[in-house]
Design a protein around this ligand. Structure first.
Ligand code: NAD
Length: 265
């Protein structure tokens, strides 16, 4: 696709898009013609390469804002700057997230606070700040990367499961509030996707469950998914892109499973 796709002249902000699922979604939106704002952490030289590469490949404008999504003032600053530069954010993708795996009675309080701030409160702040300009325009797409853990729990992930269930609540509530304003609000609920977030949790899961790392991959991660395969970043990005189309205008307040059958069981 090209800059003449269905998102031509639209502006998309994807949080946590320097890696993994967020980067995949940013690519798919740029491929449909959106100007894209990247956000997330990482080596500045690598991020600049990503930014310039996307801009050159798709012929759209790509900017990077390094706001720490756990910090309310940095989120506000980023949204203000993006709106000043581009106008309204048309597509907001709340995607930045981290994981920590430990039994609840050993769960580090600082990790609880971090996960609630990043995986839950950041979406609240970004939505409340981006919504007025979307309302004024009468068009918007808000998509949050939730998780199968927005629908079901797994042991040792208390903060993550709580935050993702919270995203389900935000999604449904805001969808109702803006249903007649041309704005849809949905969450995508992937099963396991092979990204740095999953890779990093394997040693802690092995420790918490008394297993080897290989056993964790086979008996915990892929065991959850009846397909016995990881979901791919491209599949999640394709679903996010579909939610931005006119064909998806009646899909709102929904939690879209993409989990190889995990939550059907
Ligand atoms: P990832 O580690 O590849 O990407 C996470 C992104 O968030 C990175 O760009 C990182 O720099 C950014 N980030 C981390 N802390 C940040 C902060 N304080 N402020 C701004 N950005 C920050 O992980 P991923 O697997 O691509 O995860 C993306 C989202 O998908 C997360 O919300 C995650 O919960 C969700 N998810 C992942 C899976 C999976 O299996 N990988 C499954 C379901 C849901």
């Amino acid at each position: 696709m090209s800059k003449d796709g269905h998102l031509k002249d639209r502006v998309a902000l994807v949080t946590g898009s320097t890696s993994g699922i967020g980067l995949g979604i940013a690519r798919s939106l740029a491929g449909a013609g959106a100007h894209v704002v990247l956000n997330g952490f990482g080596d500045p030289a690598v991020i600049e390469k990503l930014r310039a590469g996307l801009a050159a490949e798709f012929g759209v404008e790509v900017r990077y804002f390094g706001a720490d999504m756990t910090k309310e003032d940095e989120i506000a600053g980023m949204i203000r700057d993006v709106e000043r530069e581009f106008g309204a954010i048309d597509v907001l993708v709340n995607n930045a997230g981290v994981q920590h795996v430990a039994p609840v009675d050993e769960f580090p309080v600082d990790k609880w606070n971090l996960i609630l701030a990043l995986n839950l409160s950041a979406a609240f702040h970004a939505i409340r700040l981006a919504l007025p300009a979307m309302k004024q325009k009468g068009w918007g797409r808000i998509i949050s990367t939730a998780s199968a853990h927005a629908l079901v729990a797994s042991p040792f992930k208390v903060a993550y499961v709580a935050a993702k269930h919270g995203i389900a609540g935000i999604t449904k509530t805001v969808a109702l509030e803006v249903a007649d304003k041309g704005i849809t609000v949905n969450a995508i609920c992937p099963g396991y996707v092979w990204t740095p977030l999953v890779e990093k949790q394997i040693p802690d899961t092995a420790r918490a469950r008394g297993m080897t790392e290989e056993q964790v991959k086979k008996d915990v991660i892929l065991a959850a998914q009846p397909t016995k395969e990881f979901v791919t970043v491209e599949e999640v990005a394709a679903l996010a892109l579909f939610l931005t189309t006119d064909g998806a205008r009646s899909i709102t307040g929904s939690l879209q499973s993409i989990d190889g059958g995990w939550t059907a069981a």
